[in-house]
Ligand binder design. Structure first.
Ligand SMILES: [Zn+2]
Length: 202
């Protein structure tokens, strides 16, 4: 897990949310490393675990990593747990829990779904405090930097969240109602219905 934390520190250095992962083979050797680089790579799948799994699979020349263990500083999400199941990872050990997207018991529990064909064992809470501190320190520093720079030029390395960003419009005609779905009801003719009698319509 110490190695995974070093990987997380690499992410923080390039302005990415600090999550790191390492893959260990059945003999205890590190065969893959990775850290979160979604913003850098413009890649929503570039979570630390996916990057580390790709690294390991390329290194051993096999898309499956039977007997492997993955150490990751934050509870994996559904995508990463899915990838670990596909890679036949034997065990995942995570540090801090992720109450927003964690798929090892926090929000979902992928390992507990019996219908899935391979079961990756899960253990959580290893060096949880230190792993969580990496994240809280990162966000605290980022908030402080944003406060300090408020009203000044945008921070280097910090992607500003722009309101109302509109994508370039292609020359697409506005959508037309699908007349084929309209019931074939003739328009009422004037006088077709008798006027309402009495009553208070308000
Ligand atoms: Zn993930």
């Amino acid at each position: 897990m110490q190695q995974a934390m070093h990987q997380a520190a690499n992410a923080a250095q390039i302005g990415e949310v600090p999550v790191g992962a390492v893959v260990i083979d059945a003999d205890g050797h590190i065969i893959g490393t990775g850290y979160n680089r979604t913003i850098t790579d413009h890649d929503p799948t570039a979570h630390a675990e996916i990057v580390a799994l790709r690294d390991a699979a390329a290194r051993v020349g096999n898309y499956r990593l039977p007997g492997a263990r993955v150490y990751v500083t934050l509870e994996p999400c559904t995508m990463c747990m899915g990838a670990m199941v596909h890679a036949r990872v034997a065990q995942v050990v995570f540090g801090a829990v992720d109450p927003k997207t964690g798929a090892c018991g926090s929000v979902l529990d992928i390992a507990a779904i019996n219908q899935i064909n391979h079961h990756t064992q899960v253990a959580g809470g290893l060096l949880a405090e230190a792993c969580g501190a990496l994240l809280s320190d990162f966000f605290r520093a980022r908030r402080a930097a944003i406060r300090a720079q408020k009203g000044k030029r945008p921070l280097e390395g910090v992607v500003p969240i722009l309101p109302n960003v509109s994508l370039p419009q292609k020359d697409v005609p506005p959508p037309q109602p699908d007349v084929s779905l309209q019931p074939d009801i003739p328009s009422p003719q004037p006088g077709a219905f008798p006027p309402l009698q009495g009553g208070d319509s308000s």
